[in-house]
Design a protein around this ligand. Structure first.
Ligand SMILES: *Cc1c(COP(=O)(O)O)cnc(C)c1O
Length: 468
């Protein structure tokens, strides 16, 4: 990095040109591969979350030793421009000083108490005010949990408790975490590994979830006709971003809310990924259909600023059914953990309009460079976007609208593209079914490096061959 002292001791990566990291530096490669081998002996697949394992792109994952701003550094301290951003949370970039200081100060006061803290009240107020300022927000109450999985799982239980109905509607390719009932036709790692669903989910539980094609109004209308009085809720990603990015078609979210409510069902808007990333008020505030009259919203990722924190919020009439006020049980030893709350508060306080303007601009700059490079290399493609989130679909001319269209693309071009970028020091999501994430810390140096790497990666994508 430019501001490093000139007197530092030699680093293993010193012989690697800045920004250009080739697989030829085999010593560097070996440190990651050696760690991966060690990891696989004691950790299933060597990772603690499946997509990290590089299964769909091949090779050993880079083990991250540290991160700063828009960069991550691997086991050999090689620098990569990071377009994963911890899968979303790092909106401000890695190691933002105000967030790190807040977490350190919180740690000095104690790690976990199992008792309420003022920070939790502040965070609930902040989320309410932030969303409310932009329209009549449905967030009258907020409960903090530790993961997005818990947030959606609890939201579904709450909807069933509120309506006394058993069924839940979800859309194919939408990912809502890994609770039993929500894994059917899920995106993210389930899509990356080409699994239809998960083993270990009893058929009786899977049968309580109706999976519909996304952006299909007729399918939704039909589901309510076929199951009168039985559907508790429709859960939908506010804008789908776990099968690559697939935005709701104009009017779809409004139709969904009106149809659900006309049939006595609730709407759960899953903003675990989009919330506080695409806009200060989440997709809810950005949706072209205007303020959506949803009943529950789930948050995760950015709301914890990189620590384990997620939340569900909604109308008081529904949220107050949660224990201890109501009969729907939910609890957590580490819920509202003071370090996670401090990280979340500091992140949201720092995430002002300027931050979103920078993330939006960085995203647009990378999108333009991707299109230019792929077009120049003759690779048919579409950039699929929802706010500042985007993904690249190969071999198609229009952005996919549902899971079938997503899967019809030439996803076999992605591994070559991915590795060509990685060798040049750019870390992309290791799956074609994931969004690319920019941060407010992606400055001109980082973005120029992405632009410089793209043409040869595009040529690698062009030269890729369909597997037999
Ligand atoms: C990541 C994600 C989840 C699950 O969150 P975890 O914290 O990984 O459990 C749920 N819904 C959406 C839309 C997500 O992107």
């Amino acid at each position: 990095m430019a501001d490093e002292p000139l007197t530092r001791s030699p680093q293993p990566s010193d012989d690697v040109p800045a920004g250009g990291l080739s697989a030829a530096s085999s010593e560097a490669y070996d440190a990651n591969a050696a760690l991966f081998e060690r990891a696989q002996r004691r950790i299933p697949g060597g990772v603690n979350s499946p997509v990290r394992a590089y299964r769909s792109v091949g090779g050993a994952p880079r083990f991250v030793r540290r991160a700063a701003g828009p960069y991550v550094y691997d086991a050999e301290d090689r620098e990569y421009v990071d377009l994963v951003a911890s899968w979303g949370p790092a909106l401000l970039g890695h190691g933002n000083p105000s967030v790190v200081a807040a977490v350190k100060a919180a740690a000095d006061r104690g790690l976990s108490f199992g008792a309420p803290t003022e920070g939790e009240v502040e965070l609930a107020e902040l989320v309410h005010d932030r969303v409310h300022r932009l329209g009549r927000s449905p967030i009258e109450r907020l409960r903090l949990v530790s993961t997005g999985t818990e947030a959606t799982m609890t939201a579904v239980r709450l909807a069933r408790g509120a309506t006394d109905r058993p069924l839940v509607v979800k859309f194919a390719g939408h990912y809502h975490g890994h609770s039993d009932g929500l894994l059917a036709d899920a995106g993210s790692g389930v899509a990356t590994l080409a699994l239809p669903a998960s083993a270990g989910v009893p058929a009786e539980i899977a049968a309580q979830t109706l999976v519909l094609p996304y952006n299909d109004e007729d399918a939704l209308r039909l589901a309510f006709e076929r199951h009168p009085g039985r559907i508790a809720a429709v859960i939908t990603e506010a804008a789908a971003a776990n099968m690559g990015v697939v935005a709701p078609l104009p009017g779809f979210n409004r139709f969904l809310v009106e149809t659900a409510h006309a049939n006595g069902a609730l709407v759960i808007l899953d903003e675990v990924l989009t919330g506080f990333r695409v806009h200060p008020g989440g997709w809810w505030a950005l949706d072209p259909d205007g303020a959506l009259d949803v009943d529950l919203i789930t948050y995760g990722k950015v709301i914890g600023g990189g620590l384990p924190l997620a939340a569900l919020g909604g109308r008081a009439s529904v949220m107050d059914l949660l224990a201890p006020l109501g009969p729907v049980y939910q609890a957590g030893t580490l819920s509202g953990n003071p370090l996670a709350v401090a990280a979340g508060l500091a992140t949201l306080r720092a995430a002002d309009d300027d931050v979103y303007a920078r993330v939006d601009a960085a995203s647009q700059r990378v999108q333009a460079a991707v299109t230019a490079a792929l077009t120049e290399a003759g690779v048919a493609h579409a950039i699929s976007r929802a706010g500042n989130l985007f993904s690249v679909a190969f071999g198609v001319t229009e952005a996919p609208r549902d899971y079938d269209e997503v899967r019809a693309q030439e996803s076999w071009r992605h591994p070559a593209f991915f590795h060509a970028m990685l060798e040049q020091g750019i870390s992309l999501p290791p799956s074609v079914f994931e969004a690319w994430f920019l941060t407010a810390a992606h400055d001109d140096r980082a973005l120029s490096r992405v632009e410089e790497a793209l043409p040869s990666a595009a040529r690698a994508a062009a030269a890729a061959r369909r597997p037999a």
